[in-house]
Design a protein around this ligand. Structure first.
Ligand code: HEC
Ligand code: HEC
Ligand code: HEC
Ligand code: HEC
Length: 486
């Protein structure tokens, strides 16, 4: 708390200016206290009941949207100035209460392995925070990569309002899938009904127990809105391609807002788009931004009167100052649990290598590719594992990064594949971004170079690791120059 007070004091003078710059999330004090914030609330309160109100409008609601976290509990720290993370989200949601409803679209995790399970559990635990209650949490297709019985057990153990409008259990199903067809919320006289299109049915042996049927999007939406009072604001979260989000704007009854939870925009665009008069918004991916939208319906037509996207930034001078400490602790607990349950080793060696050969390590290439090896040896790629070890040892991270599969995958050779990196002890030759991480497993080639070719490395290969978070200003040509070795 001391830290926060300190920031408050430091920021008091330029507060108005910072708020005007649309940074209220980052600046304690902009939120509910700002004049526009409270006027909005007053208007919403008055709608439909107070005949003496000055500015008659239809139902109006302030929404704060997020989605597509994809298991990014916090940024990886590979580059400075990264945005996002659940501890910052929680901090922001508590400091700036300039919203009436918090809505999370779903796709919280991306994958179906044991780590994804642990991430989902941690994330649900974090979202289930009584200080920042979510009005709705959509279920996305990515959650269904987990075995359905596992997913159902996790969802059922939280009080969160999960929504899936198109996944419907048959009446004779032996198990119940714990998502509702819709969620209806009332906030100061305004009723909002929220539906979500998951767009994917579960697979696997136990899927039958749930008797789940995937309804067509239109049918699912219509059924979810059935019986809603005319004044109700109708929200639709759409997973899947953007075409579907566009199509959804034409559904009956007409939605007041379509929230597209997909990868079309990495960050929320500068403004909302409109399809046939229906606003369509994108909260972006990886939980990096929050999107504030004030929605109202006037003379039967929905419109957005306020639209702000906020990056979840940290503090450059005070690491952790913009994070909720309780949430940070939950994430830390998760990190240590991953180490203690041996997840790194468990997830190693699961998939076959792309070319069918085995990893042998960069040292084995050295004898025949002397120059290439010398260049590589001096490059940062050769150092990539040591970087993780050092970051851990120096306390730059407060948790065991060398044991966390996400970090390991980009800082070693072949992690997750047969014969790939398992641990520094078991596979010491595969530490760092070795030759084979770019060129492919080399056993066959080393045994018979003329016959077993490794082929070219496409520039796109680099961006599987050097993506917009790790290397925001990525440019292939100059970077390749730094490591050129042919
Ligand atoms: C498997 C993941 C991965 C792939 C694929 C990859 N890199 Fe890297 N790269 C890294 C990591 C991790 C580091 C940082 C290592 C460190 O600092 O310890 C790095 C660092 C670098 C650096 C040094 C930082 C700098 O900009 O000076 C260059 C240059 C680089 N990579 C170029 C490339 C190029 C070019 C490609 C594609 C041909 C590529 N990388 C493919 C993971 C990868
Ligand atoms: C998607 C691949 C990827 C993942 C996942 C990843 N890294 Fe990195 N990391 C990189 C790349 C690429 C670089 C080099 C960036 C550059 O210089 O352009 C890097 C650089 C780093 C650096 C050096 C940064 C510096 O300032 O010198 C550290 C430390 C690091 N990563 C730690 C981690 C940790 C800890 C994790 C897990 C939380 C992690 N990385 C996950 C790809 C990745
Ligand atoms: C026994 C010697 C030998 C070893 C060991 C060896 N190479 Fe090669 N490599 C060659 C020869 C010879 C060629 C040229 C083949 C040709 O042009 O027909 C070659 C070609 C290549 C090429 C060019 C593309 C291709 O497929 O022809 C790459 C890339 C390559 N090697 C990478 C590696 C890597 C990575 C390793 C270690 C995993 C490795 N080599 C181990 C001898 C070797
Ligand atoms: C970060 C990715 C990366 C790493 C690590 C890497 N290379 Fe390469 N290598 C490339 C790229 C990209 C090229 C140039 C494009 C191509 O020819 O595929 C290349 C080219 C080569 C060539 C020449 C191929 C030809 O057709 O002339 C050889 C040989 C080679 N690398 C061997 C190695 C060896 C040996 C190592 C480890 C000591 C290594 N490379 C490490 C990405 C990498």
């Amino acid at each position: 708390m001391t830290l926060v007070h300190h920031l408050d004091a430091r920021l008091t003078a330029p507060l108005a200016a910072l708020c005007a710059l649309a940074l209220p999330l980052l600046v304690p004090g902009c939120g509910d206290d700002s004049p526009s914030g409270s006027t909005d609330t007053a208007t919403a309160r008055g709608s439909g009941v107070d005949g003496a109100r000055q500015d008659p409008v239809g139902p109006r609601i302030r929404l704060r949207l997020s989605g597509q976290l994809e298991g990014r509990l916090e940024p990886c720290g590979c580059a400075s100035g990264q945005v996002g993370g659940l501890a910052r989200r929680s901090f922001a949601n508590q400091r700036d209460r300039g919203y009436d409803l918090l809505i999370e679209g779903g796709n919280l995790v991306h994958g179906g392995n044991f780590l994804d399970e642990l991430k989902l559990l941690t994330t649900l635990n974090i979202l289930d925070d009584k200080r920042t209650r979510y009005a709705a949490v959509g279920i996305g297709p990515d959650e269904l990569e987990l075995p359905v019985e596992v997913l159902a057990d996790y969802l059922a153990s939280f009080q969160l309002p999960f929504v899936s409008s198109d996944l419907v259990s048959a009446t004779d199903a032996t198990r119940h899938f714990p998502a509702r067809r819709f969620v209806e919320r009332e906030h100061e006289g305004v009723t909002v009904r929220i539906a979500a299109l998951t767009g994917r049915a579960p697979e696997g042996e136990t899927a039958d127990e749930f008797g789940l049927e995937l309804l067509a999007p239109r049918t699912a939406w219509k059924a979810a809105m059935d019986g809603a009072a005319p004044d109700t604001l109708r929200l639709l979260m759409v997973h899947g391609p953007d075409d579907l989000a566009v199509e959804a704007a034409g559904f009956t009854p007409t939605p007041d807002l379509v929230i597209a939870i997909n990868g079309t925009h990495m960050e929320p665009p500068r403004e909302a788009s409109t399809v046939e008069g229906v606003p369509v918004v994108h909260p972006g991916i990886r939980g990096r931004f929050l999107l504030d939208v004030t929605l109202e319906r006037e003379a039967g037509k929905p419109r957005i009167t306020d639209y702000h996207a906020f990056p979840l930034k940290g503090s450059e001078t005070q690491p952790g100052a913009m994070e909720d400490p309780d949430i940070k602790q939950l994430i830390l607990d998760h990190r240590f649990e991953v180490k203690e349950s041996g997840v790194r080793e468990e997830l190693a060696g699961q998939r076959p290598t792309a070319n069918g050969a085995e990893y042998i390590g960069s040292a084995s290439c050295a004898g025949c590719h002397v120059e290439a090896f010398q260049v590589w040896e001096k490059s940062k790629h050769a150092h990539a594992w040591t970087t993780l070890e050092e970051a851990e040892a120096t306390g730059r991270y407060e948790w065991p990064v060398t044991h966390y599969p996400d970090c390991v995958a980009c800082h070693t050779v072949g992690y997750g594949e047969v014969s790939g990196f398992t641990s520094p002890e078991a596979t010491p030759l595969l530490r760092g971004v070795g030759c084979e991480q770019c060129h492919g497993a080399g056993s066959a080639h080393a045994a018979n170079p003329q016959e077993a070719k490794l082929g070219d490395v496409a520039p796109e290969r680099c961006q599987t690791c050097h993506d917009y978070e790790q290397s925001p200003d990525w440019d292939y040509a100059p970077r390749w120059k730094t490591i050129e070795h042919r």
